[in-house]
Design a protein. Structure first.
Length: 372
């Protein structure tokens, strides 16, 4: 049998990410029934405990695909209308003309024009995305803060809009996905977390994936080292953190193996129908939190080298950690990568992140993982 995974190249690319400045990195790459998994570096810089490819990990905004799939299930059932005004479902949260203009599709695809609530919830990030004027103090002050979701939504809805509803490019905003969580609750009569757990995580048969209720990651996991653009030196561990600040927008805990299984089943039409999946893969331009214009669907975005196959999935970051999971459109070739550090880039004179060796090393790992 021909081995379609260049295991030596994958091992080398993973090790290069570690050498570039990531304390620990682990990944799984699949091609059909062939699987490679690997890990390089440490889960704890103090004890030297090594990372392992089976570790549970905070995967950030990859959560959005799970939440979007849950919403699409409710669209299939007829309880939610994809192109109906959100004000009809949530008049108390998005009132008046904006509620009439913003549709569920716009929330899913970040074209609602609603601002990000994060700078209002975290006082030291008030100037975000002007990074040079931010500070990391709130990350410590609010480590165990239990946020109320509707209060966070209120911050985003009352903030100056970042665009008009439906106008592109849209602007990526967690406010959209907290509203979708509220929408799920009113449509299903249960919490968004429970619905997603039973009907998305459960339907996919994921054994190591959950939306957490507390501040700790259960099971074997890595510490998470946040640098906040050199303002935290040495980087500090934020693996213990109350994730109510993002909830069903970015709080998911998973493994690289579970992520690959989820996206493989999603692409096969086993989580939502193929018709719903086609809707999720209809993209429009959106400005990411890094300030780049990307193509974004409904909880999914594509990536791929020119002339190569397109992969679909999502990336995510939390304080100190990050992950990326991408699956080829046919579901055959997959990768999921997790790292235990974030924002090691320093800022240039204009306040924008400068290139870091980790960036190019991760890009090289992704190329090897996706294309061999």
């Amino acid at each position: 049998m021909i081995d379609r995974l260049d295991r030596a190249a994958l091992d080398a690319a993973l090790e290069a990410v570690h050498r570039a400045g990531v304390p620990g990195v682990f990944a799984e790459v699949r091609d059909g029934d062939q699987v490679w998994s690997g890990a390089a570096g440490v889960a704890d810089v103090t004890t030297g405990r090594p990372v392992d490819a089976g570790m549970r990990h905070r995967v950030g905004s990859i959560t959005k695909t799970f939440t979007a799939a849950a919403v699409m299930q409710q669209v299939e059932s007829g309880r939610i209308g994809l192109d109906t005004p959100v004000g009809g479902h949530l008049p108390d949260l998005v009132p008046g003309e904006r509620g009439e203009a913003i549709t569920v599709r716009m929330l899913l695809g970040h074209t609602s024009g609603l601002a990000e609530y994060l700078p209002y919830a975290y006082p030291s990030l008030k100037a975000f995305p002007v990074l040079s004027d931010t500070g990391p103090e709130s990350l410590d002050d609010l480590r165990f803060e239990r946020f109320d979701r509707t209060e966070l939504i209120g911050m985003g809805v009352s903030a100056p809009p970042v665009g008009s509803p439906g106008v592109t490019p849209g602007v990526y905003s967690n406010t959209n996905y907290l509203l979708l969580a509220e929408l799920l609750e009113r449509a299903t009569g249960t919490t968004a977390e429970r619905y997603i757990s039973e009907n998305v995580i459960g339907r996919a048969g994921l054994r190591d994936t959950e939306l957490p209720t507390g501040a700790h990651v259960d099971g074997d996991h890595s510490k998470l080292y946040e640098a906040w653009f050199g303002m935290i030196d040495p980087p500090r561990d934020y693996s213990v953190y109350d994730m109510s600040w993002v909830g069903p927008a970015a709080s998911l805990i998973s493994t690289v193996s579970d992520l690959n299984r989820f996206y493989r089943m999603l692409m096969a039409g086993k989580i939502v129908t193929l018709s719903s999946l086609a809707q999720m893969r209809r993209t429009r331009p959106v400005v990411s939190q890094e300030g780049e214009v990307i193509d974004y669907g409904l909880g999914l975005h594509p990536t791929g080298a020119p002339g190569q196959d397109v992969f679909w999935g999502h990336g995510g970051t939390v304080w100190g950690g990050g992950a990326l999971a991408m699956t080829r459109a046919d579901g055959q070739r997959q990768m999921a990568v997790a790292v235990n550090t974030q924002r090691r880039n320093t800022l240039d004179a204009s306040g924008r992140p400068e290139p870091h060796p980790v960036d190019s090393a991760l890009a090289a790992l992704y190329r090897v993982a996706m294309y061999g």
